[in-house]
Design a protein around this ligand. Structure first.
Ligand SMILES: Nc1ncnc2c1ncn2[C@@H]1O[C@H](COP(=O)(O)OP(=O)(O)OP(=O)(O)O)[C@@H](O)[C@H]1O
Ligand SMILES: [Mg+2]
Length: 361
């Protein structure tokens, strides 16, 4: 199973450049997720890998083969789209075998491939139904089956679950993870759902405006984001960001003050030492904050809304200086609208960014 290499990949539509020199590698058998806001170039990149869009500049290689000028059908890839567009008058079996029939594959071979795919996707009992007699999840499985029967080296998924309701999405997400475990193929999966990205990926590529902001394992991106954009994009609920000001080195870290919290001071462990008075941004995740007044950090806020999620609660609160903070608590939270309280966090968990949003380490 070959991996993929992208070198300086550029896409221009007429005079507008939408992908700007993207570079990364995907290992053999890796599950790679492209994630990023709408319009950042996820589908364009996937379609260039599939051969459905021309590459304006740069190189895409699948395994050792540069595929820039290779026909989509010869690349060993199969793509599953958001809209799965099954043929309504054909049965599940005929839908899955259609591409192979067009390619002139002998009938018994087609049957055996379709049966294999149906077994993997648990569609065996539905092979003689037409799409209108299937649920949304079953239809999406047929669309995935159409890709499996082609026996590709690389699977490409473009937001395959975004037409499904929330519960089915979760179920199909688990099925896709299982599929990857069973088949072991290289898979590239596009989504703007960061939970899908975190749970499915071996590697996440975070895109913004046609550039790669960072790539790495989900946990690398979660705990070691290169910039504020990645820090804010990965993780749910989002990382909190507070305005901060550098106060110089202290105890092997950097002391910062938080203007919106009555200039409370926090010492963040750090190697770089930005100069005094520099404007910074301090990031801390909701799950790393605890309610309580334990020194040395103790920041005062007033509760706005509390969401009880059953297993956990989210408390939304505001500081006097107008900063909003989201706090995740285990179990039930007794905090109510209007309650004043203090919160604290382990400064090891704080991340600092400069005024441009670049990480300071
Ligand atoms: N045929 C085209 N001509 C000109 N611009 C295009 C064309 N197709 C896409 N674009 C532009 O390229 C950029 C990237 O589009 P793309 O479809 O790859 O985004 P995406 O990340 O998949 O977004 P979404 O999450 O909404 O699907 C967008 O700004 C889009 O407007
Ligand atoms: Mg898209």
């Amino acid at each position: 199973m070959p991996g993929l290499t992208l070198k300086n990949v550029v896409k221009r539509y007429a005079t507008v450049q939408v992908v700007h020199g993207v570079e990364f590698e995907i290992e053999d058998g890796e599950f790679c997720v492209f994630v990023g806001p709408s319009g950042c170039g996820k589908s364009t990149l996937l379609r260039m890998i599939a051969g459905l869009e021309e590459i304006s500049d740069g190189v895409i290689a699948i395994g050792d083969t540069v595929v820039n000028n290779i026909d989509p059908a010869e690349r060993g890839v199969a793509m599953v789209f958001q809209t799965y567009a099954l043929y309504p008058h054909m049965t599940v079996e005929q839908n899955m075998g259609f591409g192979l029939r067009m390619a002139g594959m002998p009938k018994d071979q087609i049957r055996s491939r379709v049966e294999d795919a149906a077994r993997i996707l648990q569609l065996e009992k539905l092979l003689h139904r037409t799409p209108k007699a299937l649920s949304g999840g079953q239809r999406q499985r047929v669309a995935i089956g159409r890709a499996i029967v082609r026996n590709p080296d690389v699977f490409l998924f473009d937001e395959p679950l975004s037409n499904l309701d929330a519960e089915l999405r979760v179920q199909m997400r688990v099925e896709i993870a299982k599929l990857h475990q069973d088949l072991g193929n290289t898979m590239i999966y596009v989504t703007h759902d960061q939970v899908e990205a975190m749970t499915l990926a071996d590697k996440i590529v975070v895109l913004r405006d046609g550039n790669v902001e960072q790539h790495g394992s989900p946990l690398e991106l979660y705990s070691n984001p290169n910039n504020q954009f990645v820090a804010g994009f990965i993780g749910s609920p989002k990382m909190n960001f507070f305005a901060a000001r550098s106060k110089g080195p202290s105890n092997g870290g950097l002391k910062v003050s938080l203007p919106s919290f009555d200039d409370a001071e926090v010492v963040v462990p750090l190697n770089d030492k930005p100069g005094d008075g520099q404007d910074l941004i301090l990031g801390i995740r909701p799950e790393h904050i605890a309610i309580g007044d334990s020194s040395p950090i103790s920041l005062g806020v007033t509760a706005d809304v509390t969401e009880q999620l059953g297993g956990s609660s989210l408390v939304y609160a505001n500081s006097r200086g107008g900063e909003t903070v989201v706090i995740e608590q285990r179990g039930y939270s007794g905090v109510k609208h209007g309650d004043g309280f203090h919160f604290t966090f382990d400064p090891e968990q704080a991340r600092l960014f400069d005024a441009e949003g670049q990480r300071i380490r």
